[in-house]
Design a protein around this ligand. Structure first.
Ligand code: DSN
Length: 411
């Protein structure tokens, strides 16, 4: 068969262009990472050719004896990595995983507690424009304006008042550890199911550098491509009592054929995360985030909650007289990728909010250390100051290329 280059030189060259962008840019989007060549090899394999609706040993198509082995390996490794009783490794991504959970344990209109989007939550945790907010009765908890942190006494108050069917703990822009045990105690008080969405911090949990909700929570979802450093996708973990409902919720509830090539990539990523080096990696992600946050704060940047316990931070850019979007655009000019973000109690619109979310999962993968993270903070600061001076920005761009050459990625 012909190669990509022979069949479609345009796409081949765009992939090469993107590889260059990744190699010579600084990736600070908190939900991104660089997966290994091994994961990409599995994800780009012949497994993409297969249909395997159903589960191991119970498929609706023939020829699945190899796929069964692949999926079982992924399940076994996921269970070993997180210590969960049951794992469904088929979800295509984070939102589908969450939909499957809701389908499995809720009825339309049921009440759920979830963290508000602009306070660090996620669209699929009950935002009104999302299916979750349309189909279910989400009541949202918030962070405190003064501290930027979730006050668990307030969560308890809301839970006692609202008596939700499920309590959802998880975030996409919150830089503090969650008190899983306390969430579970509150849920038990009101008889609620517990669901954690650990998409952002799954790698830190797998690397055993922050606490896990798995021992306490009924159901835990996660994407596999953020701090966990696998291919794009997700998994659902749960107590055995929920296993049947979860599996049914996902298939036939809302998904068809699983993506077996991606599931093989997940198996490889779980194996990588089981190695001692991954524990070191996860620790370094946090050290780098704390070094970067510390340096930014020294330079007068307001960080929501005044620091970080994990891989991310949300910076209130209005402390420097720019919006989140202006900051994102300025950083893009020198080759730094970041994502604008709302901040709690934001007075600006979501398309041009006050905050900028930064994360260190990707730069840590390519070997940046705490000193490099301080350098990145310095570069961010100088870029924001010189955002309208193209000559200075061009010099900064050269510095970034040199820093990236010091820590080669795939090339
Ligand atoms: N888009 C992901 C993030 O950036 O956090 C969550 O879905």
């Amino acid at each position: 068969m012909k190669s990509l280059q022979q069949v479609d030189a345009k796409i081949a060259s765009l992939i090469e262009k993107e590889a260059d962008r990744q190699e010579f840019g600084i990736e600070l989007i908190a939900s991104e990472n660089y997966t290994s060549k091994a994961v990409m090899e599995a994800a780009g394999s012949v497994l993409t050719n297969k249909y395997s609706e159903g589960y191991v040993g119970k498929r609706y198509y023939g020829g699945n004896e190899v796929i069964d082995e692949v999926e079982q390996l992924a399940i076994d490794r996921c269970k070993e990595l997180f210590g969960c009783e049951h794992a469904n490794i088929q979800p295509l991504s984070g939102s589908p995983a969450n939909i499957a959970v809701y389908l499995a344990v809720l009825k339309p209109g049921d009440k759920v507690l979830g963290l508000k989007l602009d306070h660090g939550g996620h669209l699929s945790h009950g935002h009104p424009v999302n299916f979750s907010g349309m189909m279910y009765n989400f009541v949202q908890y918030e962070v405190e304006q003064a501290t930027g942190r979730i006050d668990m006494d307030k969560v308890r108050e809301i839970a006692l008042r609202e008596k939700p069917k499920m309590i959802l703990a998880g975030f996409s822009a919150y830089s503090r550890n969650l008190d899983w045990k306390r969430f579970k105690e509150i849920a038990d008080e009101v008889g609620a199911i517990t669901m954690a969405d650990i998409s952002h911090v799954a790698g830190l949990i797998a690397g055993k550098v922050i606490d896990s909700p798995v021992p306490y929570f009924d159901i835990v979802t996660t994407t596999t491509h953020k701090t966990l450093r696998g291919p794009r996708g997700a998994v659902i973990m749960c107590k055995q009592a929920f296993a049947k409902a979860i599996d049914k919720g996902l298939f036939p509830g809302m998904q068809g054929g699983p993506h077996d090539h991606i599931n093989a990539g997940k198996a490889v990523a779980f194996l990588e995360a089981l190695q001692p080096e991954f524990h070191v990696y996860a620790g370094n992600v946090i050290k780098n985030a704390q070094a970067m946050a510390g340096e930014l704060m020294k330079r007068g940047y307001k960080i929501i909650s005044d620091g970080t316990d994990n891989h991310l931070m949300v910076v209130d850019m209005t402390s420097k007289g720019v919006s989140g979007k202006e900051a994102e655009v300025a950083l893009e000019k020198v080759g730094i990728s970041s994502s604008r973000s709302t901040i709690p109690f934001d007075t600006r619109k979501p398309m041009d909010p006050s905050g900028l979310r930064l994360g260190t999962a990707a730069i840590t993968t390519r070997g940046f250390n705490e000193a490099d993270s301080v350098t990145v903070a310095d570069i961010i600061d100088r870029t924001i100051i010189a955002r309208n001076d193209d000559a200075v920005l061009a010099k900064i761009r050269e510095e970034i290329v040199a820093l990236c050459r010091k820590h080669p990625l795939y090339k």
